[in-house]
Design a protein around this ligand. Structure first.
Ligand SMILES: Nc1ncnc2c1ncn2[C@@H]1O[C@H](COP(=O)(O)OP(=O)(O)OP(=O)(O)O)[C@@H](O)[C@H]1O
Ligand SMILES: [Zn+2]
Ligand SMILES: [Zn+2]
Length: 803
């Protein structure tokens, strides 16, 4: 087969197909599907992924593949299929789908080098190439005209490896070890034969006769105060040998994790895990939904199911939301499975991410714990996929390809015939509805493992506080409880539900609000730098002293940022030591971890933070949880706002009293009668589910219907409106089923971002088998404008971010 079908890295819809290239002689027995290549495309050379090979092509004047970037495919056959599926499901370009599946390092054209890993003789041409060196720039391989097949074989044999020279690269990637290459009695014989003048050599030999285990070269040299030439002499006599071991940039020190063993499961855990175990045994695919209250031992179920999978020689993917990928979480998995665990999350450097990916690719680990994109881990023998906190919105990617990790997991689960386990204390309405219909298998854990009751929740009506003359953010109840908590030497967690609130500047005289000149949104006040910043385009300006509109000096800060709460709190309870955790204090790498450690070490009494404190944290000494404004999200124009409020309140309440000390929760709100707040305080998920389903049915929202959101943006307002109108018209002429509605054109909730206007339309449908094809066809009509006139059209087949 001399033809390769290649998806090229040219993100344009007119190019969204494979192109045929001739495979030059030198690559013929090397090139495989899933490898990256460099191909000529028009006047340029671009990167591409080989999808397949063929013996014939419909075109005759084929160009040649210019270069092959990989010697081992980066995409498995399964991932090639998955990428195509992903592109079709999300209506994105193939190239974008494949890029989303691989670490950043593999997307760019990094320089490469070959490293020799062993002293074993290599084929002649390679010996000549290395010429006694350990490292050879990859270009030399190319210009030497060496058969790639030989290199590929050397890589497979573990004699050579390829590195991508990432910026953050640690220069020394391999550690050299020395070990005996003969039986001990032969070493003893050699020892006798060695002349007494070779004193150092004898010392070394004596060492290996005593302790034949391999030892790092550096350690050895230091210990015996000798040089490399002593070792080399013994290597030449074939008494010792050199082994190189790859040292990954492992961001975690595996040895530091205390090893744990499987706990004896409670009855409820036992009941939940059994059907999963059965699927694992039978190579069967089901989707399980574990609905378990916080602290009911869901994680222990995951760990034991993974144990089964590993025992069977298979691999496991565990997805956790980015913000719960805390050191505590990592410890639980590394504690059980040690260095078989790779961790993938966005705080890692590109080099670290690539190393973790490679440990998976080279089958050195069996488990990956990671955020959304870890669902693409290149395992070939998957035995389970677990999604913890499955209701989390961060599993939905809000950028092309707009996929939901749950859908990808299920797709892979089907291919691998393995179970997919979704876990949550507050499952997404969609998931619970599927479990009710029997599409997913439901398991419920209603009790905490330690049989502790869920902490009592007190709802405080902030309107009556106001009537009683308390104008602060803290109710009298919360203030008292905080003081008592601190006096007892215990700790508290305070949640400021920041979404929907921000700190903006308003003129009290004329009501003028400072907005971003490029986006249709109020600027946010940052005290540290005394600046106003736009959170969409990062525009910034100094805080004005006079109103830009009426020149009044009565310009004031409104809203409630964490910073202001922190100040108010320290005024209210001066003896309290407060730690603040929000985007500002956790921006630096490792800051998140540091704050949590400080709190765990009791260096503070109160942890004050945004949503990011609600998840997964488990501190023994926390007995009080306060929610400052439970309803701040409720009034956002998003049909999921009640669900999000319920989820957040349940999660944060679960942080109190998880251990011996009893916990309590205070929820402050202006709408205590709202069912999401009332039912969250009673931990009544089922009742909430039923109420909320009624609302969704009444207003026709998911899970009763599906949504598709099309957003158009352009610098010219009229262009945006007209384009959206045309799309809406096109959609109406394509829809087939009764009951399908198309809403719009309407301005997007934020109508202007970075000087571009945004309009949208939404399709609500129950069944439209051809919808994807229709949308595709409709927006293709604008291809020219997209290319030449900077028009943007985005399609989201499963919109979550509606505001
Ligand atoms: N079978 C068991 N016997 C004793 N202790 C257990 C058992 N299973 C879990 N635990 C312990 O109970 C606590 C809560 O368990 P775990 O964190 O797994 O619950 P979870 O449902 O994942 O909680 P959350 O949703 O709040 O994160 C942990 O300290 C865990 O070690
Ligand atoms: Zn802006
Ligand atoms: Zn004014």
């Amino acid at each position: 087969m001399t033809i390769a079908n290649v998806i090229v890295d040219v993100p344009a819809s007119s190019i969204n197909q494979t192109f045929d290239y001739r495979i030059p002689e030198r690559f013929q027995d090397v090139l495989e599907p899933g490898m990256r290549v460099i191909v000529p495309f028009g006047p340029r050379r671009v990167m591409g992924y080989v999808m397949g090979k063929a013996s014939t092509s419909d075109y005759d004047k084929l160009k040649e593949i210019a270069d092959v970037l990989d010697l081992v495919p980066v995409l498995t056959d399964e991932l090639i299929d998955l990428g195509k599926w992903l592109a079709e499901k999300t209506l994105s370009l193939y190239i974008i789908a494949f890029q989303a599946m691989l670490p950043q390092v593999l997307k760019a054209n990094y320089k490469k080098e070959l490293e020799r890993l062993s002293e074993a003789p290599l084929p002649d041409q390679l010996e000549t190439l290395f010429a006694g060196r350990d490292f050879v720039p990859y270009e030399e391989l190319e210009s030497a005209g060496i058969h790639y097949h030989q290199v590929q074989k050397a890589i497979q044999d573990g004699d050579v490896s390829v590195h991508y020279l990432v910026k953050s690269k640690v220069t020394k990637r391999h550690v050299t070890y020395i070990k005996p290459s003969r039986d001990i009695h032969l070493l003893e014989e050699a020892y006798q034969d060695l002349s007494n003048r070779a004193k150092k050599q004898k010392e070394l030999l004596a060492h290996f006769i005593e302790q034949p285990e391999e030892i790092a070269l550096n350690t050895l040299l230091k210990h015996f105060g000798t040089t490399r030439s002593t070792v080399n002499a013994l290597v030449e006599k074939q008494l010792l040998e050199i082994v190189k071991k790859e040292q990954y940039r492992n961001p975690y020190n595996d040895a530091a994790f205390e090893q744990t063993t499987a706990l004896e499961l409670t009855e409820q855990q036992e009941q939940s895990i059994e059907p999963i175990r059965q699927d694992i045994r039978m190579d069967h695919h089901d989707v399980f939904l574990i609905h378990g209250v916080t602290g009911s031992g869901k994680t222990e179920i995951y760990l034991q199911a993974i144990q089964d999978v590993i025992a069977k020689g298979q691999e496991a993917i565990v997805l956790v939301p980015e913000i719960s990928l805390t050191p505590q979480m990592v410890r639980r998995f590394k504690g059980r499975f040690g260095s078989s665990v790779a961790v993938m999350h966005s705080a890692l450097s590109n080099g670290e991410k690539y190393d973790e990916w490679r440990r998976i690719h080279q089958k050195e680990v069996q488990v990956v714990v990671g955020a959304r994109s870890a669902v693409f881990a290149p395992f070939e023998n998957l035995g389970i996929i677990i999604i913890d906190e499955e209701h989390e919105n961060s599993y939905k990617q809000e950028d092309q390809p707009r996929y939901h990790a749950r859908d990808v997991a299920i797709q892979r689960g089907k291919t691998h015939h393995c179970p997919v386990v979704l876990g949550s204390a507050t499952p997404a309405l969609e998931s619970y509805a599927r479990a009710q219909k029997g599409v997913y298998q439901l398991a419920s854990l209603t009790k905490r493992t330690n049989d502790k009751a869920m902490p009592h929740v007190d709802i405080v009506d902030m309107r009556s506080e106001l009537h009683a003359g308390n104008r602060s953010m803290f109710s009298r109840d919360l203030k008292n409880k905080l003081e008592q908590c601190i006096n007892r030497g215990e700790q508290a967690v305070l949640l400021l539900n920041r979404r929907g609130y921000s700190t903006f500047v308003m003129c009290r005289e004329c009501g003028h609000v400072n907005e971003c000149p490029h986006c249709d949104i109020a600027l946010t006040f940052h005290k540290n730098s005394n600046q106003l910043k736009c959170h969409y385009c990062s525009y910034e300006e100094l805080v004005p002293t006079r109103c830009p509109s009426c020149n009044s000096d009565l310009i004031r800060f409104f809203g409630t940022g964490t910073q202001r709460i922190e100040e108010a709190l320290t005024q209210l309870i001066p003896q309290a030591r407060v730690l603040r955790m929000d985007v500002d204090t956790t921006r630096r790498k490792g800051a998140h971890e540091k704050l949590l450690n400080q709190f765990a070490n009791k260096e503070a009494d109160i942890l004050l933070g945004t949503q990011m404190i609600a998840k997964g944290l488990d501190f023994e000494n926390v007995t009080l949880v306060g929610v400052l404004t439970a309803d701040s999200m409720l009034h956002l124009p998003d049909f999921r706002s009640a669900e999000k409020t319920f989820q957040l309140l349940t999660q944060v309440s679960g942080r109190a009293g998880r251990h011996d000390l009893p916990g309590e929760v205070i929820v402050q709100t202006y709408t205590p009668e709202h069912y999401s707040i009332e039912l969250a305080s009673q931990y009544d998920y089922l009742q909430f589910y039923q109420n909320e389903m009624q609302m969704r049915k009444k207003f026709q929202y998911p899970p009763y219907v599906f949504l598709a959101l099309i957003t158009v943006s352009h610098q010219n307002h009229a262009t945006v409106v007209q384009t959206t109108q045309k799309i809406v018209k096109g959609l109406w002429s394509h829809v087939q089923e009764e009951g399908t509605v198309i809403l719009g054109p309407t301005p997007s909730p934020i109508t202007r971002v970075k000087d571009r206007y945004r309009y949208q339309c939404m399709v609500k449908y129950k069944q439209e088998p051809n919808l994807r094809a229709s949308i595709h066809q409709i927006i293709r009509q604008f291809d020219d404008q997209v290319r030449k006139d900077d028009l943007q059209i985005t399609v989201d087949m499963q919109p979550y971010q509606l505001i």
